[in-house]
Design a protein around this ligand. Structure first.
Ligand code: ATP
Ligand code: MG
Length: 453
């Protein structure tokens, strides 16, 4: 049904005709009735439906919007279900017991259920004029004309495929910016003037990369070109927001594709300047391989429904930079572990200027890095302590990746692989094999006593 729906959607238009610059769609929106699209309520979260119906029954308009509509049309599982309405946040708040208002610049309502939070946003209007901010009792700064009509709300959204509205009143889909055409063609196109939209919020640059890689969409030339020229804008994004975006980018199931796009557009260096410096070297093949193997295995784990760890991701990306710094410090005369200690502090401090990595991730990274050196010290007492270390698995995984990327570690990596799966006697045998063989001293025959002495 979904494929048929996508195929039947405007099939006669040649693809090239869609690459005309489109700006504000002042025309009436396209509306697809219930019979013309494949979204059924069975595929919408029961909690989101509850919120939609309660808003509608209270006399408000209520729509499912954003990624959920896009993903349902593509036959994918939406990550979350966002709702847009003409009800003001305070009105939403009054309708739900389990509701909290959040947000400093724009107030949003979060409706809490056991396993899910449904975000309800009031239609957003155009930018307020400066000086129009008002402060609420709770100290929140909101702008008094921040709310608008559904048309204005659609215009404030980032991409045409993210601006589709599913109306709970009649189950139709409302499309103000020809998003359905772009969805069918697999095209990401920013709404409005791309330069201005990136300047307004540079995170949109990373969102292009995220959606292009995650959905396998092509980027419309007019949306793509400014990225090459606007990448420095990322410096204006707060390190905390960048952290959230990076995690979303690399944990969306297509991390390798995302990484390649980040490098293609010259964005990677604005996020990880230390790692970028390692990738720039003429002998950077190992660093490239390491990151590529990491992202490949991240994608594979996500596809298999396995857990993934942010600390591990950052530890691997920054490993070549840490090693380079270690080398310098050791050449300056520092011993191994003091050099490691200093290198870890420096790498984390420098990285923190670009992306703020939460403390608990930093602790994981430190432990994973320290294990790289400890895993080489295989004395019987240490080996069993390491095996029980909470970060042992992550440390071992990085060791494997490093060996695969070409570091001379295969023997060590194989030893640990064998050691983990061996039974107790097997483990002791492996340890014994490591013990340096004591040379037996040849017994020198006692000197014959000189009888004459
Ligand atoms: P995902 O599957 O990752 O959740 P999404 O499209 O739902 O994708 P969200 O970050 O959940 O992305 O945002 C929901 C919607 O809000 C988007 O689809 C888009 O319409 C709008 N939106 C989010 N961030 C921005 C932004 N920076 N600029 C403009 N619109 C945005
Ligand atoms: Mg979403």
């Amino acid at each position: 049904m979904i494929l048929k729906f996508l195929k039947n959607l405007l099939p006669k238009k040649p693809v090239t005709s869609k690459f005309k610059a489109k700006t504000k769609a002042k025309l009436a929106p396209k509306v697809m009735g219930r019979a013309e699209h494949p979204i059924t309520r069975q595929n919408i979260s029961a909690n989101a439906l509850k919120v939609l119906y309660r808003l509608k029954d209270a006399g408000f308009s209520a729509y499912l919007v954003g990624g959920s509509v896009r993903d349902l049309l593509l036959g994918l599982n939406p990550k979350d279900f966002d709702i847009a309405t003409n009800a003001k946040p305070e009105q939403v708040y009054k309708l739900f017991r389990n509701c909290r208002l959040i947000g400093r610049r724009f107030r949003l309502a979060h409706v809490y259920f056991h396993s899910e939070i449904i975000e309800v946003a009031t239609f957003r209007g155009h930018h307020a004029k400066l000086g129009n901010e008002v402060e609420t009792e709770e100290g929140l700064i909101i702008r008094d004309n921040v709310y608008g009509t559904i048309e204005e709300d659609a215009e404030r959204r980032d991409f045409t495929v993210n601006a589709l509205y599913y109306n709970i009143k009649d189950f139709s889909i409302v499309d103000f910016h020809d998003g359905l055409t772009d969805l069918k063609a697999g095209v990401l196109r920013i709404i409005g003037d791309p330069y201005q939209r990136y300047r307004e919020d540079p995170v949109r640059i990373l969102r292009v990369v995220r959606f292009a890689s995650k959905l396998g969409f092509t980027i419309h030339p007019a949306t793509e070109q400014p990225i090459f020229e606007s990448h420095a804008l990322l410096q204006n994004v707060s390190p905390a927001r960048l952290f959230d975006e990076i995690l979303k980018l690399f944990h969306a199931g297509k991390a390798l594709a995302a990484f390649k796009l980040l490098r293609k557009y010259g964005l990677f260096g604005y996020l990880f300047s230390q790692a970028e410096a390692c990738l720039d070297q003429p002998e950077a093949e190992m660093a490239h391989k390491l990151i590529e193997f990491l992202l490949e295995s991240t994608d594979k784990r996500i596809a298999e429904g396995k857990s993934i760890s942010g600390g591990f991701l950052f530890a691997v990306i920054l490993w070549p930079a840490l090693q380079a710094l270690m080398q310098d410090l050791q050449q300056e005369g520092l011993a191994l572990f003091p050099a490691l200690h200093e290198a870890i502090n420096k790498v984390l401090r420098r990285q923190g200027q670009q992306i703020s990595i939460p403390k608990r991730f930093q602790i994981d990274m430190q432990e994973i890095w320290q294990l790289q050196y400890r895993l080489a010290q295989r004395t019987p007492r240490r080996v069993f302590t390491m095996l029980n270390h909470p970060k042992f698995r992550a440390g071992y995984d990085l060791l494997i990746l490093r060996a695969k990327a070409g570091e001379e570690l295969q023997t060590l990596a194989d030893w640990w692989t064998e050691f983990q799966s061996a039974d107790k006697p097997g483990q002791h045998k492996l340890l014994k094999e490591l013990a340096p063989k004591r040379k037996r001293r040849k017994k020198t025959p006692p000197k014959p006593k000189n009888v004459s002495e």
